[in-house]
Design a protein around this ligand. Structure first.
Ligand code: ZN
Length: 113
C-alpha cells in the first residue's frame, strides 16, 4: 500500500526508520557490545573460545544491519532501499550503504523529510 500524499510518505518513512532503529540498529549495537565484552574476557582469561565467539557476534551484527536495512529502510513511494546520493546526483552503488536522514529518495526523488 503506497501513501497517497507527500506528508503521508514522510510520515511512513519516519515510521520505517523507527522500525529499522528498533529491529536493526539496536540489536546490532547490543551484539557489538556483547562481542567486545567477550573479546575483553578472552584477553583477561587467555581463553581462545571467548575470542572466537566475540568475533562471531561482531560479524553477525554486520549481517543484522544489512538484512534489517534491506527489509525496513525503504522509500514508501518506490520501495527501494534509500542509499546515499553521489556527487552527480545519482544513487550510490556502494553495497550495504544507506543514507540516514535523507531529504529525498535517490531513485524517485520524493521528499522524505
Ligand atoms: Zn523512492
Amino acid at each position: 500500500m503506497k501513501p497517497q500524499t507527500a506528508s503521508a510518505t514522510i510520515a511512513e518513512f519516519k515510521r520505517r526508520k523507527m522500525t529499522f532503529a528498533k529491529r536493526g540498529l539496536l540489536p546490532m549495537f547490543m551484539l557489538i557490545l556483547a562481542g567486545c565484552v567477550l573479546l575483553t574476557l578472552s584477553l583477561t582469561n587467555h581463553n581462545d573460545l571467548f575470542a572466537v565467539l566475540g568475533n562471531m557476534l561482531i560479524f553477525i551484527s554486520g549481517i543484522v544491519f544489512v538484512l534489517t536495512a534491506k527489509r525496513y529502510y525503504r522509500c514508501p513511494a518506490c520501495d527501494k532501499v534509500v542509499v546515499p546520493t553521489r556527487d552527480d546526483g545519482k544513487p550510490s552503488e556502494i553495497s550495504f550503504a544507506i543514507a540516514y536522514g535523507p531529504q529525498t529518495c535517490p531513485y524517485c526523488l520524493v521528499a522524505l523529510k
